[in-house]
Design a protein around this ligand. Structure first.
Ligand SMILES: Cc1ncc(COP(=O)(O)O)c(C=O)c1O
Length: 345
């Protein structure tokens, strides 16, 4: 029986075309030492990404976590305060790296479906007084993973960025799934980041590339980020091996994210009637199943689904995440629905 893996969109395998792109670039002799800017494929990817994101320049980094970290370090000083949504990835799931590595002080605030309201930001910016850490940056996550793949609209980003900029703060967008938001709204990704100072996008989530993220912003930001990437051990040599699939990801894999969104809706429609299950209609490819009113734990549900070759993360909470991705098709959704109907009733 096929294994249906709903743990994350990071489990997507590279496409044949991605592997062929690596081989072709190798045959054409296009790889070089990227630490000194000599890998043609990396340069092509960075140029393409900066155009797509509407920014002056872009840089290939090893992962989303590294991209976020570099973006924060390049725009703050040690000891500064960074405003984050309380369930954001940068705050919850990056090993506390902004504090432990960068000496940054995270100030978590409550958002609405993952979005920090401008008035919330305004109310937490510290005064220019030596008693306080200097508030110098705000992170917005789009789509917002833990809020359930929720989408922040361009006007919302602008409203937040206006407050930030009026108060001398920079804005970083954790756009690990920015293209999911763009596809859901049917707008270019650049529209979602035109008011932010820096953005990080993941090539290795729904876009299916095996490795890598991109950060983008001004030439000056990327110049500084290049230095920071080296310090963090992220300078890579023949990194075109990573960039070649990344180019395919940006050229060919964006529009198909719609299929993941449709599958998420199919799954939602199939399970929303299960008594006492708490589930919100997904905007993109992520669904959270709230088990708080049911007698099954998250861990037990994961164990039972595993017996049916359906993978989800177990844990000690009451919310089970399901992430639709390219490796899961419509037929698989039917199997997941009937398994959940049986296990949750
Ligand atoms: C919203 C968000 N930001 C950042 C990351 C970090 O990406 P990576 O796993 O490549 O470090 C993730 C990973 O799941 C994510 O969901």
């Amino acid at each position: 029986m096929k294994i249906i893996d709903l743990r994350s969109d990071t489990i997507t395998q590279p496409t044949d075309e991605m592997i062929e792109a690596i081989v072709n670039a190798h045959k054409e002799g296009r790889f070089g030492d990227d630490v000194i800017g000599e890998d043609e494929v990396v340069n092509e990817l960075q140029e393409k990404a900066s155009k797509i994101l509407g920014k002056e320049a872009a840089l290939l980094v090893t992962s989303g976590t590294q991209g976020n970290l570099i973006s924060l370090f390049a725009q703050t000083k040690r000891g500064d305060e960074v405003v984050v949504e309380e369930r954001s990835h940068t705050f919850m799931f990056e090993g506390g790296s902004m504090a432990s590595i960068g000496g940054l002080y995270p100030k978590p605030v409550k958002g609405e479906r993952g979005y920090i309201l401008p008035k919330t930001l305004e109310s937490v910016i510290s005064p220019d007084d030596a008693h306080y850490a200097r508030t110098s940056l705000v992170v917005c996550e789009n789509t917002h993973n833990y809020a359930g793949g929720t989408v922040t609209r361009p006007n919302q980003v602008k409203a937040l960025a206006d407050v930030a900029h009026d108060n001398g703060l920079k804005v970083h967008c954790d756009g690990a799934r920015l293209f999911n938001a763009a596809v859901a709204l049917n707008i270019p990704a650049s529209k979602l980041v035109e008011n932010v100072d820096s953005v990080q996008i993941c090539l290795s989530k729904g876009l299916s590339a095996p490795i890598g993220s991109i950060i983008a912003g001004t030439e000056e930001f990327i110049h500084e980020s290049h230095r920071t990437r080296k310090k963090l051990g992220g300078g890579m040599r023949q990194a075109g091996i990573i960039a070649a699939p990344g180019i395919i990801a940006l050229e060919k894999m964006v529009d198909r994210l719609n299929e993941d969104h449709e599958n998420a809706k199919l799954l939602y429609n199939g399970i929303k009637g299960i008594p006492n299950l708490v589930v919100e209609e997904p905007e993109t490819n992520i669904l959270f199943l709230g088990l708080q009113n049911l007698s099954i734990s998250q861990m037990k549900l994961a164990e039972e689904l595993a017996k049916e070759n359906i993978k989800v993360y177990g844990g000690y909470g009451v919310r089970t995440r399901m992430v639709l991705n390219r490796m899961v098709d419509r037929e698989d959704i039917d199997r997941v629905i009937s398994a959940l109907e049986r296990l949750l009733k």
